[in-house]
Design a protein around this ligand. Structure first.
Ligand code: ADE
Length: 392
């Protein structure tokens, strides 16, 4: 049975039936060139746009990976020791690794979940590296036909790690092939069609599957139950993001002071991917408008120019909060109503926007709906009266 980490609250709130915000995007195609090893370059397929394409606040603050960001991968920590933040998770993983190593066994299958940009892929690759295992990476939408997943499974050697991103998007047939593969290390192949069809089984090597998802509630329970551990990645604390920015600056030979790093960290929505992206834009600004050094003043001026709000809010966050105040007196308002008045997809609101607003204490979820907080009102420049008329 799966051990669900104690921090796990979202797992109890399945979100089946909702249209995935992500599903509307172009599905990622198969990664070219099998395999990808943990210490090799892992690149997403497709045409890579210019990394330095102009971006404004709304783009810069998107937590999803941008395939144009080729450098993201080279900045990734390779080992858990290098990895900053997620302290509790690292502690759990250190035990799992030590135990598996002592028994000379592959790791149990693992599922990571949490908002995008927090390092699910990075942790998985670091785990494989710690185990001295090869790391094969793919994404669920690329596993369209049974042949795609079978192609991976039959090549895996004992101890290899197969990483499947966005695992909640696995096609049903692929998912069903994974059940015996995960549980009994067996691949069931159907030969022939109709009445003459028969199933033959192929023994697989004992591998480790690491799944990653932003929507743990969208996984079917048979799949979820086949993971030995389910772990959540959390938003990063500001001081952790400061360390990440300082590390990136060191790797990219950029002069920065702790206050400059703190200014970037504060606007990064608790997300390393965003912190590194903002860092690079501030570095451009410092180079062109200054002497290349990133101080607090330089970082603040650059991020103002790029329309990145001092708390990392983007246009949609501000619109959500403002509408809550202007049209609903601060709440409570139901998710569907918020979606209707903002024109956003309810799932995107719930999975992309709300987690950060809840984390920084700008929004509360109550049984009757969403409620804005005095901190958010102050941030938006409203007079925070306490209590607001509709709060009683
Ligand atoms: N770069 C991105 N995420 C990181 C992390 N968690 N630790 C160190 N560097 C990172």
């Amino acid at each position: 049975m799966a051990i669900i980490s104690s921090q796990d609250a979202d797992a109890e709130h399945p979100k089946e039936g909702r249209k995935a915000g992500k599903a509307a995007r172009e599905p990622l195609k198969s990664n070219p060139g099998f395999p990808h090893q943990s210490n090799q370059s892992i690149s997403l397929p497709g045409e890579l746009a210019e990394e330095n394409a102009p971006k404004t606040g709304a783009d810069l603050l998107q937590p999803e990976a941008d395939p144009a960001e080729k450098q993201e991968e080279s900045l990734r920590p390779r080992t858990l020791a290098e990895y900053i933040g997620q302290t509790e998770l690292k502690e759990v993983l250190a035990i799992v690794i030590a135990a598996a190593r002592a028994r000379q066994e592959p790791l149990d299958h693992l599922l990571f979940y949490g908002p995008p940009g927090l390092g699910k892929t990075t942790v998985a690759a670091a785990l494989a590296a710690e185990m001295g295992s090869r790391f094969y990476m793919t994404t669920a939408p690329a596993l369209e036909s049974p042949r795609d997943i079978a192609g991976y499974l039959v090549r895996l050697k004992r101890g290899d790690v197969l990483f499947i991103d966005e695992i909640h998007r696995l096609p049903k047939v692929t998912e069903e092939l994974l059940y015996p593969a995960m549980e009994d290390f067996r691949l069931d192949i159907t030969l022939g069609k109709g009445r003459s069809a028969r199933i033959t089984s192929l023994a697989l090597e004992r591998f480790t599957l690491i799944g990653a998802t932003t929507r743990v509630g969208a996984l079917t329970s048979p799949l979820r139950d086949r993971f030995g551990q389910i772990q959540r990645l959390r938003f990063y604390e500001p001081d952790e993001l400061v360390q990440i920015v300082l590390r990136t600056a060191r790797l990219l030979n950029t002069s920065i002071d702790p206050e400059g790093a703190a200014e970037i960290a504060r606007r990064s929505r608790g997300t390393p991917r965003i912190a590194n992206r903002l860092f690079k834009r501030v570095r451009d600004y410092a180079q062109v408008r200054g002497d290349g050094h990133i101080s607090q003043a330089v970082a603040a001026a650059a991020l103002e120019l790029f329309h990145v709000d001092p708390m990392g809010l983007d246009w949609t966050d501000r619109k959500l909060l403002t509408l809550l105040v202007e049209q609903f007196g601060g709440g409570p308002v139901g998710l569907e109503t918020m979606a209707a008045v903002t024109g956003e997809d309810p799932q995107t609101i719930e999975e992309v926007y709300e987690p950060y607003l809840l984390q920084i204490g700008y929004l509360q979820r109550t049984a009757r709906g969403r409620v804005i907080t005095p901190a958010a009102l102050r941030h938006l420049g409203y007079e925070a009266q306490s209590p607001l008329p509709l709060w009683s």
